[in-house]
Design a protein around this ligand. Structure first.
Ligand code: GDD
Ligand code: MN
Length: 365
């Protein structure tokens, strides 16, 4: 029997949920030809070993192991790319998603009238179970924001539970950002044509074992994803953040400069030097936490990054000066020459630090 369905499950520290989940899948998908693909980001709790133990006796089960990388969306994308069944489902490992929906999703897709069937907590008949009211409110707010970015009128664009026709996914995948938790939203926002969808209500359950990985950084990643989808077409979100941090750095610079001149009454050259060093360090730290939160440098890498950041920015300042002086001498008004120097300097700083300070490939956590 040719395989109809692949279920992709991203995991990070879900060892104690693996077996129960596979049992449930086997029950609801009985009679179908299916497989389940776990995509594990090197969980320290040995999730991949728990999957492997079952995979040795059940060839419907396999595990993709990613080393030195993290990310729910990116893991799902890799899992989906690894399968060949015509329909692919994505669901969480912690049994919060109602697996009983899977056969109904498949039935909804098979006639070919829709591209994707979504498990929805906010469609009529669905629910978020016994969530605390603040989590429910945050989720509703994030849902509203998400709806602004995608063209489709989805009740639950933040759902992590859906089944998609594989080719429809493949049409979008090269445009997807792959950052953060919100793969469904990413998929809708990245599709070259409107996706035809249906939402099936279900009630979000309590997590079976282990704990949630959703934290404030996930919320930040979500905002970055929205920004990228809104403006990313013409200007990278990271560049906007980088410039914003730079503007804050200028405020820090002036505060330190003024403080040292007026307070201890240090000379201008000494105060200015101190202000430059403090502002650069401030910029590095803030960019490291926010702009590059997904590539955050720690330990020795932090020191190395700081030094390369100083070097890049010093050169950036020289280029800034060279451009400004050249334009000024050529007759540009002072504000145009000054602004042009600053823009060229900022682009330089961004380009060089993106390449050398926060390199694109990550080695380990
Ligand atoms: N491979 C991999 N890498 N898997 C991850 C990672 C990661 O970095 N982070 C989380 N996961 C896995 C978890 O192991 C789990 O199977 C699934 O992704 C969801 O993670 P949870 O930590 O349980 O998230 P949640 O329950 O708070 O959020 C869920 O509900 C949200 C709606 O409120 C997810 O389904 C979200 O996608 C969804 O938006
Ligand atoms: Mn969960």
């Amino acid at each position: 029997m040719t395989r109809e369905l692949s279920v992709v499950i991203p995991t990070f520290n879900e060892r104690d949920n693996v077996e129960a989940l596979i049992d449930r899948l086997a029950t609801v998908l009985d009679g179908l030809s299916w497989e389940v693909v776990f995509v594990d980001d090197d969980s320290p709790d040995g999730t991949a070993d728990a999957v492997a133990a079952i995979a040795t006796r059940d060839d419907r089960v396999r595990c993709i192991r990613r080393i030195g990388r993290r990310g729910l969306s990116a893991a799902c994308i890799e899992g989906i790319l690894s399968v060949s069944a015509p329909y692919v489902a994505v669901m969480d490992a912690d049994l919060q998603h109602d697996e009983a929906l899977l056969p109904r999703m498949l039935e909804a897709l098979k006639p070919g009238a829709v591209d994707i069937a979504i498990g929805s907590r906010y469609a009529k008949g669905g629910g978020v179970g016994d969530w605390a009211s603040d989590r429910a409110a945050i989720s509703r707010f994030a849902t509203r924001l998400g709806r602004m970015v995608i063209k489709a009128d989805l009740e639950d664009p933040m759902s992590g539970f859906f089944m998609v026709e594989r080719h429809a996914f493949l049409q979008s995948v090269r445009h997807m950002s792959g950052t953060g938790f919100k793969i469904l939203l990413d998929l809708f926002a990245s599709s070259p044509r409107p996706l035809r969808f249906v939402e099936l209500p279900y009630t979000f359950r309590r997590r079976h074992a282990g704990e949630s990985k959703l934290d404030t950084m996930v919320a930040w990643e979500y905002l970055m994803l929205l920004g990228e989808k809104l403006f990313g077409g013409w200007i990278p979100v990271r560049f906007v953040l980088f410039v914003g941090v730079g503007a804050l750095g200028l405020v820090v610079h002036l505060a330190v400069l003024g403080g040292l001149l007026k307070g201890p009454g240090l000379s201008f050259p000494i105060s200015q030097t101190a202000a430059v060093i403090i502002a650069m360090t401030f910029n590095f730290i803030v960019n490291n936490v926010f702009t590059y939160h997904d590539k955050r440098l720690k330990g020795l890498g932090f020191l190395r990054g700081l030094i390369s950041f100083y070097a890049a920015c010093s050169l950036g300042a020289l280029i800034n000066l060279a451009v400004a002086i050249y334009l000024f001498d050529a007759g540009s008004p002072w504000w145009l020459a000054g602004a042009a120097g600053a823009v060229v300097g900022a682009v330089w700083n961004y380009a060089i630090t993106a390449t050398f300070t926060w390199k694109s490939e990550r080695k380990g956590e």
